[in-house]
Design a protein around this ligand. Structure first.
Ligand SMILES: Cc1ncc(C[n+]2csc(CCOP(=O)(O)OP(=O)(O)O)c2C)c(N)n1
Length: 341
């Protein structure tokens, strides 16, 4: 891979710039990334429409514009690594094996969803697939993932834990406790921050006096990387390298992915507090378009891209059909799977 560090003047951060081909990564891999990016966007766009039609029971959280972070990083992990995703990480769930049917059934509150109808939103996980359920209080996935990493280290298992969270979560105590413990015990954990510039309506500049979330991690002694979160190759390659270093016993690493929240906090929020020019600027850096650019650079035929799009449209509609035909949970189901046996 030809890789160079370049200062991005506009956003004042250093991003990993991929100028050529990533060694060991062929067109088929890139098409796989593209499929997961499109599938994530396709499912979330469909759920937004359902929300507007009043067919979603809870809130509607999506990660539009941030898909490269969850897809690129999850694709760089080993199957037995454990992830603790945030509410912007549908892509990582899908890469780990959550099916479109399960996702759609989740949002329609059906028995076939991952929480069996207990929460019609993004608060789900699946331990069989090594996904820790998303915990609603911000940053609380971090200490849990840190505990998983402690278990891996104690049992001498070769896996790593990955905690995903936003810039706002980094202002909570659990973030600081988790990072500090991981650093002191040199635990096998990767911290991935979606810095999407807003925590609900609060811009990063109103949350912290340092320029980067990574500066907070540095204070605990963690090695940090700051990358363009909309560039799937940068995310994939940085995660791959970090995961190898962590697996080799190097201790925790922190990756800050600069990105932009392209919609409201959730669909009930019109984000009128976000400057339109900022959104326009980031619209030009869409991660899916960037991935298409890489595919075209490698001369992947246009019909292969269109085939991926068609496959995704079909899978999304089939998932909706599956969810609509699935039963709603019965009353006695309310206590099932809530308490440990
Ligand atoms: C402890 C806690 N405080 C407040 C909330 C309400 N809340 C949910 S998401 C969110 C913003 C989180 O911002 P960030 O971590 O940057 O993630 P983003 O939503 O921007 O992806 C807030 C305030 C919460 N879930 N938990």
């Amino acid at each position: 891979m030809k890789k160079g560090l370049c200062a991005n003047q506009q956003s004042n951060y250093t991003s990993v710039m991929i100028e050529g081909t990533v060694v060991g990564l062929g067109s088929a891999d890139l098409l796989r990334f593209y499929y997961y990016l499109r599938l994530t966007r396709g499912l979330e766009d469909r759920v937004i429409k359902l929300y507007r039609q009043g067919r979603i029971l809870g809130g509607c959280y999506v990660g539009t514009g941030e898909e490269a972070i969850s897809v690129g990083s999850a694709c760089a992990l080993e199957p037995d690594d454990v992830i603790a995703p945030s509410h912007r990480d549908l892509g990582a769930h899908l890469v780990k094996g959550v099916t479109p049917n399960e996702y759609m059934a989740q949002y329609l509150g059906r028995l076939t969803g991952l929480t069996r109808g207990k929460d019609g939103t993004i608060h789900f996980g699946d331990l069989r697939r090594r996904i820790i359920g998303f915990i609603s209080p911000m940053a609380d996935g971090i200490p849990v993932a840190t505990g998983v990493a402690l278990a891996f280290k104690t049992r001498r298992e070769p896996h790593i834990a990955v905690a995903y969270f936003g810039d706002g979560a980094s202002s909570r105590g659990d973030f600081h406790e988790g990072l500090n413990l991981a650093a002191v015990l040199r635990l096998p954990i990767l911290f991935i921050c979606h810095n999407n510039q807003y925590a609900y309506s609060v811009p990063v500049s109103r949350q912290m006096a340092v320029p980067h979330v990574a500066d907070r991690a540095k204070a605990y002694g963690l090695p940090t990387r700051i990358i363009d979160g909309n560039d799937i190759l940068a995310v994939y390659q940085t995660t791959k390298e970090a995961a190898a270093q962590i697996r080799g016993g190097g201790g925790p690493i922190f990756i800050e992915c600069k990105t932009m929240r392209m919609r409201g906090h959730a669909e009930h929020d019109d984000a009128s507090y976000v400057p339109r020019e900022l959104l326009e600027e980031w619209r030009g850096r869409d991660p899916i378009q960037k991935c298409e650019h890489y595919l075209r650079e490698r001369e992947v035929p246009e019909d292969q891209l269109r085939a991926v799009e068609a496959r995704v449209v079909k899978e999304v509609e089939e998932a909706l059909d599956f969810a609509e035909k699935s039963p709603l949970p019965d009353g006695p189901e309310a206590l099932e799977g809530v308490f440990a046996p």
